[in-house]
Design a protein around this ligand. Sequence first.
Ligand code: NAP
Length: 278
Amino acid sequence: MIIDGKALSAKIRGDIKEEAAKLKAAKGRAPGLAVIIAGDDPASRVYVRNKILACGEAGFYSVHKEYPADVKKEELIDAILTLNGDEAIDGILVQLPLPKHLNAEEILPFIDVKKDVDGLSAYQQGLLLQGTPDLISCTPNGVIELIKFAGVSIAGKDAVVIGRSNMVGKPMAMLLLGENATVTVCHSKTKNLSEVVKRADIVVAAIGRAKFITADMIKDGAVVIDVGMNSVGGKLCGDVDFDAVKDIASAITPVPGGVGPMTITMLLKNTLKSAQSK
Ligand code: NAP
């Protein structure tokens, strides 16, 4: 089975649009998302444009703040503080990566944790760690939805996550644990990676290396979720060797059209949730 992230995304976005319209009818305002971007990284610009478009399609209010590559840290913090106090804004997102002279760890903590729709703050990640998540990091949350959409029950399964970033790998492991999987997290220092991955019923690849996960690493019938987005010769390519692995896996996400569309959908979901909680 090829897990169709576009189809699931379209269905969930339809539900979100209905909920947003209900909220507007009840409270006189739509959910609001603010996106801050600094610099002119082409991929980041595409992501931001897609987020703003998705907001429009869901009937959300959105604000898009653009800054030059040489923006000062203080300017971004001022923008965040203003948005924190803006009643029309339920979610604030700073597009990463920031220009090299800026340190995200010195800027992101200024976002009001209740508006942290990227789920990257210590508060939101702490809630996830404690098993009481609120605004969950978008990409791993989308992965859980995709696994469930494929009809796979997670409880009791051996899940292997390759990657341990704060944005993907670590929250992914916590979410799978929350679904009662037995979770192993692999990284660049993991010994015998192939053997570890081969034991998994569910594999989530979040590495950032094109076609790194090969067919010989996958157990027959495993569920394979490919978070990777790598540009190879101008084409988007995942971390999994899709063509070879699809014949061994029972279900697999393609790149593009798998995890990617779900990330923005989960961002809309978090923004709606934040608006509903006020
Ligand atoms: P990251 O911060 O660079 O983390 C990569 C992880 O992979 C690290 O934990 C690293 O281990 C591990 N790794 C690197 N080489 C390895 C190796 N040879 N063996 C085992 N593990 C290895 O990347 P990220 O932000 O988590 O993103 C991962 C991928 O997902 C990227 O391709 C990114 O573009 C993509 N992504 C996609 C979406 C989406 O919406 N589809 C969203 C976010 C990210 P160490 O910790 O030991 O260095």
